[in-house]
Design a protein around this ligand. Structure first.
Ligand code: ATP
Ligand code: MG
Length: 393
């Protein structure tokens, strides 16, 4: 069918034509925003899920909800190998600028700027990836200790105070939080802890891979009282059906029930894959409704597209020994796998795989769902590995 009106949108962060199955998370976010704005206690929301489940899309939607409620909001990503300081400083700067708009002199916003300048003077020296440079008055003694766990709370509290003085509320929205180190995470948690103790109208939304939960717990044991971790998982059959059917119907087309069942079985309900199969089945179909045979003939195309992008970008970042480890896992199946079983499969001692396992966790390729267990963070990655191994032979 016509490519020009193909509604499906496979791609990192691409807004789906229908955001299926996420009502609960969005309701929770809406309540959190509403309560924070009214100075009521609310837990920060940290969306946790595997690759391609729609975390970025949800954060974008939450950003939109914040806008609708009159928030000043900043959405940022904390990428691998970038310091929290480099990400947070420009975000806070943009928030203060938004708060400081208007005619009235806003003393708290001016002060927040001075505190940010104090912090910037310290982090510019300490981290080589900080690009922000702010000339002007500083606030000596605030956010300039060089200790992240002291300075970030100073910064966030003054930001919250600035918002409060203007009768506004602010939201910091951070993606890929699993890449923070423990000190950075701890600083963020301590900052939000202070903000909530002072009932300031500032809230944090975050998203990350499952290792985010352990990271926050290790950084500060009280994190669980401050943060909620709603899980974004694969969609149920009913939600997957909506994700496929609603966009097709908007274009006057449809999927048959067996076609939906087939796509669901192949994708296990993972949102990225639903978009990819939806997209290719649409292209392949001569006419509506799209049936199961069309899905079958579109499957090689969908897999090829995924192998070239979704899977490949992750695989290409790995060292040979990391690839070997993942190969060992893939040979055992979807997982989770006992760490000892993987080592056994690789014919090495379990202790010797420690470093490579740790670096794969740090790169966000695997995580530990329970002590001694290892799983892929990328759904269906075992199938990709087996395909690429077969292609090599
Ligand atoms: N609820 C949903 N229903 C249907 N499609 C969705 C849904 N959520 C996300 N998608 C689609 O899934 C794909 C992946 O979304 P997104 O990039 O937000 O995932 P992610 O969890 O951020 O992945 P990553 O961990 O790789 O960053 C996009 O193509 C998006 O359109
Ligand atoms: Mg994402």
């Amino acid at each position: 069918m016509d490519v020009l009106i193909n509604p499906f949108a496979p791609g990192a962060g691409s807004p789906p034509p229908e955001l299926a199955g996420r009502r609960d998370i969005l309701n929770q976010a809406e309540v959190t925003l509403g309560r924070t704005m009214r100075g009521r206690s609310a837990k920060s929301v940290m969306i946790v899920g595997l690759r391609g489940v729609g975390k970025t899309v949800l954060l974008n939607r939450i950003n939109g909800l914040a806008d609708e409620q009159g928030y000043v909001a900043a959405l940022v990503e904390t990428p691998e190998n970038k310091s929290l300081a480099a990400v947070l400083a420009p975000a806070v700067r943009s928030l203060i600028l938004k708060i400081d708009r208007g005619e009235q002199v806003n003393a708290a916003a001016k002060r927040a700027f001075r505190v940010l300048r104090s912090w910037a003077s310290v982090i510019r020296v300490k981290y080589n990836d900080v690009e922000i440079s702010l000339d002007g008055e500083t606030e000596p003694g605030m956010a300039d200790s060089g200790d992240l766990e002291v300075d970030v709370p100073d910064l966030l509290v003054t930001l919250g105070e600035a918002a409060k003085e203007r009768g506004l509320a602010a939201a910091i929205i951070m993606d890929e939080l699993q890449y923070l180190n423990e000190v950075e995470m701890s600083a963020l948690i301590m900052g939000m802890h202070k903000v909530s103790q002072k009932q300031l109208p500032l809230i944090l939304f975050g998203a990350g891979l499952p290792q985010l939960v352990g990271l926050t717990g290790r950084s500060k044991s009280y994190a669980e009282r401050l943060f909620d971790f709603p899980e974004a998982g694969p969609l149920s059959y009913e939600d997957a059906k909506i994700a496929l059917q609603a966009p097709a119907r908007m274009e006057g087309a449809d999927f048959t029930e067996p076609a939906i069942r087939r796509i669901y079985d192949l994708t296990e309900g993972y949102p990225y894959f639903l978009q990819e199969w939806g997209y290719h089945a649409w292209l392949m179909a001569p006419a509506s409704p799209i049936g199961a045979p069309v899905v079958d003939s579109a499957t090689p195309q969908a897999i090829k597209a995924l192998d070239r992008s979704f899977f490949r970008v992750r695989f290409d970042r790995l060292t040979p020994s990391e690839k070997r480890y993942l190969r060992g896992m893939a040979e055992l199946g979807a997982g989770p796998h006992r760490t000892g079983d993987i080592a056994h499969r690789l014919n090495v001692k379990a202790t010797s795989t420690g470093p490579v396992r740790a670096s794969l966790i740090k790169k966000g390729m695997i995580y530990s769902p329970a002590h001694g267990d290892t799983s892929f963070t990328v759904p269906l990655f075992d199938q990709f590995m087996r395909r690429s191994m077969a292609a090599e032979q």
